[in-house]
Write a new protein. Structure first.
Length: 243
């Protein structure tokens, strides 16, 4: 891809809509280019509302000098995705809609959908139940015990990855925050608690760089301590009454 062939993001997005989704009722440009975080590898994330389709789908393109991801919905399917994102506490679609630049709104509904998404984000995810908290403590403890007991570097690396995801999820959810995956893990942490995020990064960086586990162990214990600490004995899942 030559740089000279790459159109400005908004121009490319509008041209894309005109070429592939001419009859759609609404469209939004979202993603890193909207947040001012674009890199040379960034794509265009475009959310499309088109009532001609009976279901939602995602499709990838290379057009106008950009890799483009189209997230296509009608005016009913997006609501199911919003609900799924609430249940998993990872608001991918609501975030895209909230931050998105309106490219087209022929039915005057996109503005109200953006408001709906913003209200959903502000409300936060559903809180964990006591059962959820106990289960998450148990699995975080299990991963931590594996990490402490492992003597193989190749296993340590993979267990640490699991610990990073579980620890970030635990810290965010007990504090009523949305979670993230991949690069959004650190973004979600930093948005909520920059100081904790620096401790989180330092702990795992110390392990990856120096093969020292102490900081990671201390971090995980610190996160669980207000909620009862490590959990193993007494935990049960799926048990039924005896006849």
């Amino acid at each position: 891809m030559e740089a000279k062939t790459k159109q400005p993001a908004v121009t490319a997005a509008k041209n894309f809509i005109g070429k592939y989704f001419t009859h759609c009722e609404g469209a939004l440009l979202a993603g890193s280019v909207v947040r001012g975080e674009a890199t040379s590898a960034s794509d265009l994330d475009i959310v499309i509302f088109d009532s001609r389709y009976s279901g939602s789908f995602r499709e990838s393109f290379m057009e106008f000098g950009w890799p483009i991801e189209a997230f296509v919905h009608n005016f009913h399917t997006y609501k199911a995705f919003f609900q799924q994102d609430i249940e998993r506490a990872r608001p991918s679609l609501p975030r895209m809609v909230t931050e998105g630049i309106i490219l087209k709104d022929s039915c005057s509904l996109v503005g109200s959908i953006k408001k709906e998404a913003a209200e959903l984000l502000a409300a936060g995810p559903n809180p964990w139940t006591e059962e959820d908290l106990e289960r998450k403590r148990y699995f975080l403890t299990d991963a931590l015990d594996d990490f402490i007991g492992s003597t193989l570097r190749e296993e340590d690396l993979l267990i640490a990855n699991t610990l990073a995801q579980l620890t970030s999820e635990f810290y965010l959810r007990v504090n009523g925050q949305w979670v993230g995956a991949s690069k959004w893990t650190v973004r979600a942490l930093r948005q909520y608690d920059p100081a904790f995020t620096e401790c989180f990064i330092m702990a795992f960086e110390t392990f990856y760089r120096d093969n020292r586990k102490e900081k990671v162990i201390e971090l995980v214990d610190r996160v669980m301590e207000p909620y009862g600490g490590r959990l193993f004995a007494g935990f049960s899942i799926g048990k039924t009454e005896k006849y």
